[in-house]
Design a protein around this ligand. Structure first.
Ligand SMILES: [Zn+2]
Length: 281
């Protein structure tokens, strides 16, 4: 199975520092740049679009859809799922999906939680996604070192056996299986910091084993100059940690797309709907 290129379409400061901040002016142009890169590399991606981003940059969301990428939901406000009640979560995904479907005229069938925040205590969210008619969720990180994650969760797509009986496929973010442990390797900071040969080796290992490799990135990772233009004061540690590796990111991203065949998350999910093992949890 090939590589799945996913983009979480959001703004760095609003998603990372404080969800009450406005979406910055850089977020839209950064995503437009990602779309230019994808067009140049002739790759279709799955874009998990944040509702607050779509509110500010509706034309960019229309462009994502019109250029043949998959538009999926990243929720509305980027609040971690385990901070929401089930009722608030249902409202958040309905609002986000309604907005994206109105903008693109196409059904939204996939969801990814902010910060991969579907964890053990918020696993109830999967039931709600299935009830709301989502085909797949891509929010679980099975890596042991992840900030949020479900260590021990299957590393590959599974059909969830949910109490309500509605179907839902889980597409976990890629991990590297290493001496029985699942290590994080799928994107974001890992792809900013790891040298390309290591990234290539991890993807190759996965693809050769017949696995799906769910990679992810964010538009701001393509923007090495963001921290010189931020309005808010930022501790040096954050500046270094979050900014490191941005300058080399685009080059590694392009090489990854050139070296591996890609597909959309929805295509993997549709196949998994009939072929993936059932996971009882
Ligand atoms: Zn996010």
């Amino acid at each position: 199975m090939p590589l799945v290129c996913t983009v979480d379409v959001e703004d760095w400061a609003q998603s990372t520092l404080d969800t009450d901040l406005p979406i910055s002016d850089r977020a839209g142009p950064n995503m437009e740049h990602v779309l230019d890169v994808l067009a140049e590399e002739k790759v279709k991606a799955t874009c998990f679009v944040l509702g607050r981003f779509a509110e500010k940059f509706p034309d960019t969301v229309r462009r994502i859809a019109s250029e043949g990428h998959e538009v999926a939901s990243h929720g509305f406000g980027h609040v971690d799922v385990f901070r929401l009640t089930p009722t608030q979560f249902r409202e958040d995904i309905r609002r986000s999906r309604g907005q994206l479907e109105a903008l693109t005229g196409r059904p939204v069938l996939g969801y990814r939680a902010p910060d991969f925040s579907i964890v053990k205590e918020s696993i109830w969210a999967l039931e709600i996604l299935a009830e709301e008619g989502f085909v797949y969720d891509a929010s679980i990180n099975p890596a042991v070192m992840a900030r949020f994650g479900v260590p021990g969760f299957p590393r590959q797509p599974v059909r969830m056996a949910l109490a309500g009986g509605a179907p839902l496929v889980e597409l976990p973010v890629a991990t590297l299986s290493f001496f029985g442990r699942s290590l994080p390797v799928a994107g974001g900071g890992y792809h900013r910091l790891l040298p390309f040969p290591v990234i290539r080796w991890a993807i190759e290992k996965s693809v050769l084993a017949g696995e799906t490799f769910m990679a992810y990135c964010h538009p701001y990772e393509f923007d090495p100059d963001e921290f010189r233009h931020l309005d808010c004061p930022l501790p040096l540690k954050t500046r270094l940690h979050q900014g490191l590796g941005r300058r080399g990111f685009e080059n590694k991203f392009r090489r990854m797309l050139r070296e591996f065949e890609t597909t959309l998350a929805l295509q993997v999910a549709e196949k998994a709907m009939t072929e993936a093992p059932v996971y009882e949890g």
